[in-house]
Design a protein around this ligand. Sequence first.
Ligand SMILES: [Zn+2]
Length: 136
Amino acid sequence: MEAIQVAVRAASIGIGPCRLLGLLYFVAVMQDRPMSRSVGAHTADPCPRCLVEEVRTGSLVPTAERGAVGYACGRCGHSWSRPVGDDLDVYDIVRADLPERTLYGTVWQVEDDRVQVLDTSSGRLLWVERWRTILY
Ligand SMILES: [Zn+2]
């Protein structure tokens, strides 16, 4: 479908140009990550070593400076970590690995250890622990 048709159709259901650009950006970002796939309400990611995809919500590993999130592969036993993001801003697009599901949304408010996210699928605002969020 051509961009202009998408814009006209979006406008007809009340989605303005800014919102539309945001949505298109979100879709493009998501398509850039072909290695991850949906498993129920979660997104599964590949292990950096054996590439087996699993749902891993990670766990907070406090370090001297700032926290890190640790992961372990259930298949090969490899473990790795990522730093907790400290550069989140309002309107950033994030993923949050919640125990019950993988959340995608837009940052609405940032506090020291928690972030309020506008859930893309439900349109609801909810607070999540900062360490669970991953900047897209
Ligand atoms: Zn592995």
